[in-house]
Design a protein around this ligand. Structure first.
Ligand SMILES: Nc1nc2c(c(=O)[nH]1)N[C@H]1C(S)=C(S)[C@@H](COP(=O)(O)O)O[C@H]1N2
Ligand SMILES: [Mo]
Length: 169
């Protein structure tokens, strides 16, 4: 009888420990993941703000026809998006004044960048959310994503896909 009782107590303690360990493991994993359909703006460790796909769709929409030139060949697009400048100013007009560089980071950890001078230029850097009128699928095909395009670039290398984070310097 006494043996049965201590077995029960040990089982309960183990169950509680499992829940605690599981919770911490989940929180840790979640911390490192960049969510899609939402862009985090940061300068160093400071979070400057966040912009969601829904926010971006409310800004002025422009259509851009272009061909992306890459090692895998040419891909034709008819993108819809908004100037990155407009998205930044929507969050805080000070951002453009204060920083010189924008690092664009994808959820696949791809990192590229643009200079703030390029962002301020007319008809150059856009934040895109549709192609031929259809949402841009994320890498797993389970949701929608955004990407950066740079019209003055000859090649698509800096056109960061699956945009998750903008880091300012
Ligand atoms: N997140 C992410 N963006 C990326 C890349 C990548 O590997 N990951 N590759 C870049 C390169 S090298 C090119 S040429 C273009 C290709 O764009 P496409 O796949 O739409 O044709 O995306 C760019 N953006
Ligand atoms: Mo490329």
């Amino acid at each position: 009888m006494a043996e049965n009782r201590s077995f029960k107590i040990i089982t309960i303690i183990m169950a509680i420990l499992a829940v605690i360990i599981g919770t911490f493991a989940y929180l840790n994993a979640k911390d490192g993941i960049i969510e899609e359909g939402k862009i985090k703006l940061r300068a160093g460790n400071t979070v400057l703000g966040e912009i969601t796909l829904a926010d971006v769709k409310k800004l002025s929409a422009v259509n851009k026809k272009l061909v992306i030139n890459s090692t895998s060949g040419l891909s034709k697009h008819e993108f819809t998006g908004t100037p990155l400048l407009e998205a930044l100013n929507h969050i805080d007009p000070e951002i453009v004044e204060r920083y010189k560089k924008v690092y664009t980071k994808g959820t696949d950890n791809y990192v590229s960048g643009v200079n703030m001078e390029e962002v301020v230029e007319k008809n150059n850097v856009y934040l895109i959310y549709a192609d031929y009128g259809k949402p841009l699928p994320n890498k797993t095909g389970t949701g929608e994503t955004m990407r950066i395009i740079i019209l003055n670039d000859q090649f698509g290398q800096r056109f960061t896909n699956y945009l998750g984070e903008l880091q300012f310097e």
